[in-house]
Design a protein around this ligand. Sequence first.
Ligand SMILES: Cc1cc2nc3c(=O)[nH]c(=O)nc-3n(C[C@H](O)[C@H](O)[C@H](O)COP(=O)(O)OP(=O)(O)OC[C@H]3O[C@@H](n4cnc5c(N)ncnc54)[C@H](O)[C@@H]3O)c2cc1C
Length: 605
Amino acid sequence: MALLRRLAVNAPRSVRVLSSSPSSRVDDLDLNFNSPKDAFKSKKTSELVRAYFVYQICSVNWLVENNDMLMKRLRQVVGQRLFEMFMKATFYGQFVAGEDQNTIKPTIERLRSFGVKSILDYSVEEDLSQEEAEKREVSGSLNSEQLTELLKHGTGNFQEFILTGASISACGDKQEEGQLKQYHVEQRFADRRYKVTSARTYFYLNEASCEKNMEAFLKSIDAVAGITKSTGLMAIKLTALGRPQLLLQLSEVIMRARNYMQQIGGGTGNVLTHHKTIEDFQRYFGDHSSKPQVQEFMKKITSDKEGIVHLFPWSNILDEDMNLSDSFRVPDPKTGQMRRLISQISPKEEEMFRNMLRRLNHIIRIANDADVRIMIDAEQTYFQPAISRICLEMMRRYNKDKFLVFNTYQTYLKNTYQEILTDLEQAQRQNFYWGAKLVRGAYIEQERARAAAMGYEDPTCESVDATTVSFHKCLKEILSRVKGPNKERLGIMVASHNEDTVRYAIQLMKEHDIKPEDKVVCFGQLLGMCDHITFPLGQAGYSAYKYVPYGPVVEVLPYLSRRANENRGFLKKIKKEKKLILKEIVRRVATGQMFYKPDGHYTPV
Ligand SMILES: Cc1cc2nc3c(=O)[nH]c(=O)nc-3n(C[C@H](O)[C@H](O)[C@H](O)COP(=O)(O)OP(=O)(O)OC[C@H]3O[C@@H](n4cnc5c(N)ncnc54)[C@H](O)[C@@H]3O)c2cc1C
């Protein structure tokens, strides 16, 4: 941290960057992000006053803590129309771009004219009670027999049913039951919104609701293609597209496959990192190698041109006729008998899994046709092995000669650096473009509380500083590989509101001779937050993005509620932004520019 602070202090006041197009305007960049004029060129004075007011409210604990109740009361008292007007003049206006594809157009165009691109997010959320959320999560996690059993008990006895007999943790094969408890739903954490302020949560209702979510994503692709002229991006969450239980089960398989490799070959980590060959496996199985089931298994193992083994043919998970139960079986090295790494899955659940992948595949195919890039969000650690694996398979399929799919890596996790190393190796071995969004991570409090309550190791870094070290280590590793023929095949989004991290990324870009217009590195912040970082970056020719939520006022209230809460955790950043806003308002008043009209002539790279 000390080094970073020095970096900030010693940073040249400004850095000149080259323009990608001779006609577009390019500013100097103040690496201290202290210039109110640069930060708020794109804002009318009334918008600055609104931002100041909103941030002021976000600094009052009582208002933030009770924001949900207050918004509901206000709506009841003043009625829908006045409530919407009030929200548009305040929170909604600050953090949300508009109601639909048409109303967000002016915001997107204004961002563009000030050098900033957009990541669209249709932020409509169900406002579920805790009880309903738990109910959906748990019933979405039971297998067919357990569900039948639950229905027999009637939903009135739901809590009792969960807490007593039908332990959800009963999923998983007998041999290894209880070993990987983090990949099982736990009643106390069934409401996945618990202690999560900065990320959206989807709860599974049925397959039809997942289809509806897919349709919403497809609409967003249309909006990105039309409004941003395909410079924009689309964010999606895999938990919106299928039954979360299947992601848990797949995650568990992946972790069990790692344990299996450890058991037969020693070492730790991802299967690929063991660098084992088919011959190694033959040696491990010894006399059992000649058994028909072992030979059948060996035939299915995939390996690359150098003979390095991937235990399972992962690309098969995208096949229409893939069967989870049959695919994830391995020979026991002691007996040669086959054993399952996944719990028994009913044909209906197999179909649900294929549905989830079909939906994702469909979204990516449509995005490909529309030339819109897709970012797959990272979620809780118990889903992440599956999400990341599926994402890599999509990259392998679609990122052959361009960036289409981006994965997300949460650097607050202790193992992220290793995961990145393996995925980079896989991208190189299998020849696909590797695009990643690097974030710190949005679920820290829940991850820690869950690990403590369920008795497994806390997966997160021990302190804020350790998370920053992890973020910077990952960034350094990735950017050190951006050279030679690799230069065009790696793309990274630094998605952070942290000035030190943004400065560090810029320093690394210089060290590795990566120019802003190479578009290898881009930056991302949320709409309405840290404009003093995003706009100066965009105006100086860096590839800068705003994460742009949109949707009808009442339906984005849960999103707004989270923004208010998240802002409370950002007090230091807000303090600086408020100070800059105030300075700019005073400057405009003093210079007679109260009615300043933003008119940008920047072209985003
Ligand atoms: C464009 C964009 C996309 C995003 N997409 C995702 C996504 O897909 N998945 C996701 O999980 N998040 C996502 N996030 C949210 C992100 O992970 C962070 O929660 C948020 O951006 C705050 O981190 P920061 O670097 O901006 O700010 P900072 O204030 O520098 O960092 C705050 C973060 O530090 C970490 N932290 C805080 N306290 C501790 C502690 N005691 N010990 C260890 N670490 C700590 C936490 O991750 C916390 O969120 C996204 C953010 C942006 C801007």
